[in-house]
Design a protein around this ligand. Structure first.
Ligand code: GLY
Ligand code: MN
Ligand code: MN
Length: 441
């Protein structure tokens, strides 16, 4: 199976280099140094926060854990990888570079930070550097740090994934659905949020620091907290379960949400309707579709679900017009995904960096671009019963359109979300998530 990744990586590396060479030429830089980053030290302590590599670095090499190293890209030379393999008895140094990728680089092994600096100091001409604030000062001083003109070009281009990147995300989804199956099983056997979270990690074979984001494991009313990450050890008759959890492969992310209900009741029926609606929205995702339009259509479809389940007494169009959906669906339809779970460039209208912000009344929409072949994004509609937002709606004129008794029925179940990762193809889309759930049957 790794042969396919190896083959795809070669093409990926070549197109990445072509993309960078063009961006360097346009912005009149001769070299780009991409610093991988280092762990942030905990304040007044000698321990470190979980490490997240520079996403620019991860697109070049499948080394999501590599600290203190760098890639050097020029317009034509073979890209250089400065691989930090320190002599250290406190921590395990990184293994020798092995596999399908090192041969694509002019590889320099550095035994210390000073040697990394030395391996970067022979570059003639104008240098740009992409790095976070962990970059040592003597490396940062080698070039211009994070120049927007170059970063904009690279971020815009990153929205179109190579086949290697899509394959990494297929595999990340394959890992994550193992976790989702284990989590569903744990929920149905009465496990606590903490136990479900642990079962998820075990089934994925990834610890929480390796996952692309903190698992959201929410029983009953906790589903109404959009980014709930408390992992309670006890529970009170769990009936509803929302899990938003991903996995990583070669530094690329999966981001998946499912909602379950043990009873065969009105909340289970709402989840079914939401799931069907999510699939309808996915079916509409294809090249040329403006993601803002898709988000707005999703609002109308979700209003129709609320009407079908007796929550709203007006038409779907009226609900949208009155702004009622901001209460029940208070987040965006989705976002780009790749080397970051919320990949960059979602609001970028042009390679030069012009932004297209989301509509004023949909401020949380992270993606405002048109879908193209190679886009990978999430489709994640949800319906929630969030006290804070319900109180505001109830106090407004629009609140008259709501069947508050029905809302009271739904409140203890928190909310529901269904989220898949989709890859836009030349004619439609490939659902990276559902394909993996189907393969598990
Ligand atoms: N897991 C965070 C999100 O769905 O965007
Ligand atoms: Mn998401
Ligand atoms: Mn998610």
């Amino acid at each position: 199976m790794n042969d396919r990744i190896a083959e795809l990586y070669l093409t990926h590396h070549a197109s990445l280099h072509a993309r960078h060479a063009e961006a360097l030429t346009t912005t009149e830089y001769d070299w780009l140094i991409v610093y991988s980053g280092k762990s942030h030290p905990v304040f007044l302590d000698d321990s470190f926060c979980p490490f997240r590599a520079n996403p620019h670095f991860k697109t070049w090499v499948p080394l999501p854990d590599h600290q203190g190293g760098a890639i050097v890209v020029g317009r034509s030379d073979t890209p250089r990888l400065v691989y930090l393999q320190p002599e250290d008895y406190w921590h395990s140094p990184p293994a020798d570079p092995e596999g399908y990728w090192p041969a694509q680089f002019d590889l320099r092994i550095a035994r210390s930070e000073q040697q990394v600096r030395d391996a970067l100091s022979d570059l003639p001409g104008r240098i740009a550097l992409i790095a976070d604030h962990t970059v040592p000062a003597d490396i940062a001083s080698l070039g211009e740090l994070n120049p927007p003109a170059l970063i904009n070009l690279l971020h815009f281009a990153r929205a179109t994934k190579t086949e290697y990147e899509v394959e990494c995300m297929r595999r990340a989804n394959a890992i994550a659905v193992q976790g989702h199956r284990a989590a569903e099983k744990a929920f149905r056997s009465g496990a606590s949020e903490f136990e479900i979270h642990m079962d998820y990690c075990r089934a994925c074979g990834q610890d929480p620091d390796q996952l692309p984001y903190g698992n959201i494991v929410a029983l009953n009313g906790h589903g109404a907290v959009l980014h709930y990450c408390e992992y309670q050890h006890d529970h009170d008759s769990p009936q509803a379960f929302l899990i938003d959890a991903g996995a990583a492969f070669n530094g690329y992310a999966a981001d998946i949400t499912r909602t379950y209900c043990t009873a065969d009741n009105f909340f289970a029926a709402l989840i079914d309707s939401l799931d069907r609606t999510q699939q309808t929205i996915c079916e509409r995702a294809k090249p040329g579709v403006d993601y803002v339009d898709l988000h707005l259509e999703a609002n109308t479809l979700l209003a129709a679900v609320l009407i079908e389940h007796g929550v709203l007494g007006c038409s779907a169009e009226t609900a949208v017009e009155l702004g009622i959906m901001a209460t029940f669906f208070p987040h965006g339809l989705g976002h780009y995904i790749g080397a970051q779970v919320h990949d960059v460039g979602g609001h970028q209208a042009t390679p030069e960096g012009t932004q297209r912000p989301p509509p004023d009344d949909h401020p949380f929409l992270r993606l405002t671009r048109t879908l193209q072949p190679g886009t990978v994004c999430t489709i994640e509609p949800g319906l929630y019963f969030i006290d804070m937002l319900l109180q505001q709606l109830r106090a407004s004129d629009a609140g008259k359109q709501v069947a508050w008794d029905r809302v009271a029925d739904f409140r203890p179940f928190g909310g529901a979300r269904v989220e898949d990762d989709i890859h836009i193809t030349a004619t439609g889309h490939e659902n990276l998530t559902r394909a993996q759930f189907a393969a598990l049957q």
